[in-house]
Structures are given as C-alpha cells and as structure tokens.
Design a protein around this ligand. Sequence first.
Ligand SMILES: *[C@@H]1O[C@H](CO)[C@@H](O)[C@H](O)[C@H]1NC(C)=O
Ligand SMILES: *[C@@H]1O[C@H](CO)[C@@H](O)[C@H](O)[C@H]1NC(C)=O
Ligand SMILES: *[C@@H]1O[C@H](CO)[C@@H](O)[C@H](O)[C@H]1NC(C)=O
Ligand SMILES: *[C@@H]1O[C@H](CO)[C@@H](O)[C@H](O)[C@H]1NC(C)=O
Ligand SMILES: *[C@@H]1O[C@H](CO)[C@@H](O)[C@H](O)[C@H]1NC(C)=O
Length: 464
Amino acid sequence: MQLQAFVALLSLLGAANATQDRHVRLGKRQNAGAVVGSSSTSQSSGLPTTTSFTSSATSISNSPVPTTPVGTTIPPLANITSGMATPSTVPVTATYSAGSTPLISGAPVLPTPFVFQAASWPTQDQIAPSDSVEVSQWMEELTGFNIPDISPTADGTCVGDPVAASQAASRGWWTCGGYTRATDITSCPTKMTWGVSFDDGPGFYTQELLNYLASKNLTSTFFVIGSRIVERPQVLVEEYMAGHEIAVHTWSHRPLTMLTTAQVVAELGWARKAIKDVIGVTPTLMRPPFGDIDDRVRAISLAMGMVPVIWTSTGTGATFDTNDWKVPGGVVTGPQSFATFEAILGNATMLNTGFVVLEHDLYPQTVDLAIGYTLPAAMNFTPSLTLDSIGHCNGIPSTNLYRESNTNTSFPYANSTSGDSSVPSGSGGNGGSSTTTSGALSNAIMPISMIVASLLAAGGSLLM
Ligand SMILES: *[C@@H]1O[C@H](CO)[C@@H](O)[C@H](O)[C@H]1NC(C)=O
Ligand SMILES: *[C@@H]1O[C@H](CO)[C@@H](O)[C@H](O)[C@H]1NC(C)=O
Ligand SMILES: *[C@@H]1O[C@H](CO)[C@@H](O)[C@H](O)[C@H]1NC(C)=O
Ligand SMILES: *[C@@H]1O[C@H](CO)[C@@H](O)[C@H](O)[C@H]1NC(C)=O
Ligand SMILES: *[C@@H]1O[C@H](CO)[C@@H](O)[C@H](O)[C@H]1NC(C)=O
C-alpha cells in the first residue's frame, strides 16, 4: 500500500506538473493580449510526466472506439491523452462593443470592455483574502440569514476529515455521501434531457467549443472561474452574447467546505464581480468546485443570491462525472473518459428525470472530447436525447438567471436548509470515503502543495 500510494503521489505530481507546463507553453503561444497569471508558475522538475496510474473508480468498457469525426481537427479518440500535441486556438469570432444589447430581456447593455488591473483583484488562483473592503461589504449580504454553525472541513475530502465525514448527513455534505437539499439543482426534470454544462473556463479552447455549439444550435451553462475570466474576458462576452447561461464557479477553485465563511464569501464575491464587470450582469446560479458543498456553504451561497447546481448522482454511488478533467494530467485516457460518458448515457435511460453531467472547457483534451465525441454521441443517441442548458431545462426564465433582469422575488430561494433533503442511497458524492479522494486530488487548478496535502491526508488508504 505504501508503495502504491507513493507511486500515485509521483504520478499526480507529474500530472500537475505537466499541466502547469502546458499553461506555460500556451501562455507563450497565445497572443500578447492574453494575461497568464500565476498559473504559469513553474514547479519543481524531475518528476515523471507520464504515468501508468489506473484508478479503480475508472470504468473501462469494451464499447467500440468511434472513428475520427470527418472534416475536423479533432484527433482520433485514442490520441486524446495527456501528452497530445496542443492544437492551435481559434480567434474570437465576433467582437461585441460596449452598449450592445444582450439577448436577456431587461439586462443592461454590455459595459465598457474589461481591462484587467491585477492590483484591483485577489492574486489569481489563490484563495481570495477575506480582509478587504469588498468582502466586508459582501459579508453584509448574510445579515438576516441563518448560516449554520458548521466547522470548515480539513480539506474538502472525506478521508482528510473523518470526523466531518461521520457527520456528513447532518452537515448535508455532498462530497461524503452525496447529500443534497431541496434547493440544489442536480438534474433536468424531464426524462432524457441532458442539462449541458462546462466548467473552469473561459479557456484557450472555449471559442472552438462555442463555434461547435453554435453550429448545432446548442446552448450550455458555463460555470466560470474568476481567475480565468480576467485573463480572457472577451470569451465570456462571446458565451453570454451567444445565448449561453453564465454562472459562478468561484475565484480560485478551492473546495468551499474547507474555507471560513468570509473566505467562501470572498471566493463567490470576486467571481461574481468579475462576471458583472465583464458582461454587466450578476448570475443567480453557482456550482461549488468539486461539488464540495454543505449546509453552511449552501446558506452562504443562497444568501448571496446564488442557487447551487451540482451534477447528477444515480443513487448507487456513481456521479455523472465524465472524468474528462483527469485526462490532461494522464490519470485517465480519452477512451476511458468517453467510456464513462457512454455509461452515463446508459444509466440516464434508467432515471425518471433528466440529468446533468460534469465536463470542462479549460483543456484541449476536454474540449476535443466534447466536440468530437460526447456531444455527437448524445445527439446520435437512441432513444433520442434533448440537449439543453441547465437553467432552461429547469424552467427558469433566462431573465431570472441574472440579478439585474430577474423579476421573481422568490428566486433565488431565501432559505437553504428548509424543505426536504434528498439523500441518494449508498455512498454517493464525489468519490465517497470508500474510493479515492479523486474529487479534490488531481484537478490541475489546485496547486501542487494542496495536492500533496490531500495525498498526505489520504495516507496509505489511497488506491485501496
Ligand atoms: C495518432 O497517434 C498515432 C500514434 O501515436 C500517430 O501515428 C497519429 O499520427 C496520430 N494521429 C493524429 C491525427 O494525431
Ligand atoms: C428559513 O426557513 C425557516 C423554516 O422554514 C424559517 O423559519 C426562516 O424564517 C427561513 N429563513 C429565511 C431567511 O427565509
Ligand atoms: C439552427 O437554427 C436555425 C434557425 O432556427 C436553422 O435555420 C438551422 O437550420 C438550425 N441548424 C441546425 C444545425 O439545427
Ligand atoms: C452506471 O450504473 C452502474 C450500475 O448502477 C454503476 O455501476 C456505474 O458506476 C454507473 N456509471 C456511471 C458513470 O454513472
Ligand atoms: C418564481 O420562482 C419560484 C422558484 O423558482 C417559482 O416557483 C415561481 O413559479 C416563480 N414565479 C414566477 C412568477 O415566475
């Protein structure tokens, strides 16, 4: 066990390192307008950049490998790996000027183009500090709301905090056991409807995805990160103006349950501000990074006017995570991620409702998987699927997705813990305590120091 854990540690360090290298390369390739912040910090070298790591949580099916889509630059599925050649990026297609009218009725016109001034923002990819004038103001939004007195978890993982994990039911902690509340959005209500979303952008390859979605008349929900928005504001404008839904995915992508209440407010507040500064509106939906939410984080989010959105759990412990985010780091391969997606579609046919799936637009591998494989597979699926954005499939009028155009005083809901809790049977959540801490481990946005801390917390039980 010790040896296996050590091998895994090396693999994940290598994975994170490789991804950081890619950021550096891309940063240089990208035109001068792009600001590459602290994500380009180089880390220690000499660790392996390829790995034979296999996770028991990864399902490898025998389904036939699809052929390469014709007439595209998408590589064959087998070539979508951590080491694949990075494709060139496509330029933004439209340039919307200040004063342009958005598609959302009642929303303000587009503001003056955003100019990033680092001194006015928290350090990119670091937990947003809580000792600022802005955060003090945002803290006032919690006044009058009952924020449960739940202690922060050690690191947002089950194995990292056994005491909190043992209280997961009363905490409503999704990560350990898949606990949700009536106020969470976790699916689309209509059977055979997929609420499509992409997380962690805007990225270098998002525009390519936007072009594809437009060509298929598809809309998606984008859960965007503040640290990425300030780098590529024009891509966020494109998403919004093309009719996609924009929702908050925090400033630095940390597990929110491990943060203090003021830090959670800071993480949500700075991402919300970045969105508002770039497109002029304030989202009413958010997604917690790694799905890591409990009743305290829910209450904070709802008090700040944002309804939590996670992805679907089947009730058998599986969640609808394609694991696409593990491909850039070499933890799973493109074919393995696609096999997981096929299993998700198979499982979706057995649900009484529609569903929501976790996918990402930050990396070339994840965008290639979406454009070349998962979206086409869903559109060709039998029985036929409806692809929709998450707010729309839930019947939320587009005006209500943003504070400035929302006219419904009972949305977002005021209260997080009233109403029924819904708890899937078995251990759901993002890598329940019986599996790995995958949810919080290998996402490349997490700094290596945190990955190491998580691994050390996981100890010898890793890979069991
Ligand atoms: C896919 O990978 C194979 C084997 O490495 C390589 O020969 C081929 O050129 C690659 N194809 C594309 C389109 O990248
Ligand atoms: C939350 O719900 C409880 C019980 O339903 C209620 O007493 C309380 O006033 C609600 N709080 C808010 C802020 O709506
Ligand atoms: C998309 O919608 C437009 C207008 O409704 C229609 O003309 C076009 O054929 C549609 N394209 C596809 C690929 O469905
Ligand atoms: C699909 O359902 C099967 C059977 O319940 C389960 O073992 C598997 O993990 C599920 N896979 C996904 C990706 O949901
Ligand atoms: C307002 O939002 C609530 C909660 O989503 C919903 O039940 C209600 O139907 C909405 N009212 C209107 C007028 O849209």
